[in-house]
Write a protein that binds this ligand. Structure first.
Ligand SMILES: O=C(O)CCC(=O)C(=O)O
Length: 266
């Protein structure tokens, strides 16, 4: 094991709802990801005769894929290097004591990936809790940028200490989808903070934490590895009115009805 998690600040995670994990992805792994993504972009662009419009072949290939984009992106998500990395990070979280501290009986861990292409805001998520993907009473998320993130290159904003107040009320956003209104946060004395991190640092957070996208205004893609860690033995009981996760199921139905964010898929 690479010893990538020197320490996990459980107190901060409990108190603020999130904690930063420095150097979670090692420099050679970041370079490997860049290599894979550049190579597949170049090869597919050449095979398909795709005209280069941006600095990144993969971005041109994804855009040119049109209605087949999700099919292609679903396979980009399966990059072996990312699958291996996800298992290693899961193992190190276990070794750092996360499962023991959280009383996890039967861990489930799965990765996904997001790509915010330059000039494309389609997959941005407004302020939300992770209602669409949290199905267990014990759960965490990891958000691991594979390139540096800030307000220019796109990032995520989080609302410290917003995670222990149950489900938030949602308003309807301009696009018609549910979002948590910033006034709701102000009324509770909370405010959002954007994350500024180098490639490979990660954030572990409670899925009840309010968070959302900060748009990518740069000319390069924002790539983020996402990891879900949950306890299958604490799976929601949809028939139990008092199950704390039940409001997330109801929100998911509302979100689907309006085909809205909270689990945006590309
Ligand atoms: O990276 C982003 O833009 C936001 C990600 C997010 O909100 C999520 O993964 O739930």
């Amino acid at each position: 094991m690479a010893g990538r998690i020197a320490s996990l600040d459980f107190d901060q995670l409990e108190q603020d709802g999130f904690a930063v994990l420095r150097g979670l992805v090692l420099p050679h792994e970041l370079a490997g990801f860049e290599h894979d993504i550049a190579l597949v972009g170049d090869k597919l662009a050449e095979q398909r005769g795709i005209e280069r419009r941006s600095a990144e072949a993969i971005a041109d290939v994804l855009v040119a894929a049109g209605r087949h984009r999700s099919m292609l992106f679903d396979h980009v998500k399966k990059l072996f290097s990312l699958a291996r990395l996800s298992v290693e990070i899961g193992t190190e979280l276990e070794q750092a004591g996360l499962f023991r501290r959280g009383g996890v009986a039967v861990p489930i861990v799965w990765p996904t990936l997001r790509a915010d292409l330059p000039g494309e805001g389609s997959y941005e998520l407004p302020l939300h809790q992770d209602y669409a993907t949290t199905r267990c009473r014990t759960a965490w998320r990891l958000w691991i940028p594979l390139r540096g993130v800030d307000r220019h290159h796109g990032t995520m904003e989080v609302v410290p200490r917003s995670h222990d107040r149950g489900p938030y009320p949602y308003s309807q956003g301009d696009s018609g989808g549910p979002l948590i209104d910033r006034r709701e946060l102000t009324a509770r004395g909370l405010s959002a903070q954007s994350l500024e991190l180098p490639a490979g640092d990660g954030v572990i957070f409670n899925p009840w934490l309010v968070h959302g996208s900060v748009p990518n205004r740069s000319q390069r893609t924002k790539w983020v590895l996402l990891l879900h860690v949950q306890d299958l033995a604490a799976f929601v009981n949809p028939d139990a009115p008092t199950d704390p996760v039940r409001p997330f199921l109801e929100m998911t139905e509302r979100g689907h009805a309006a085909s809205l964010p909270g689990g945006a898929k590309q």
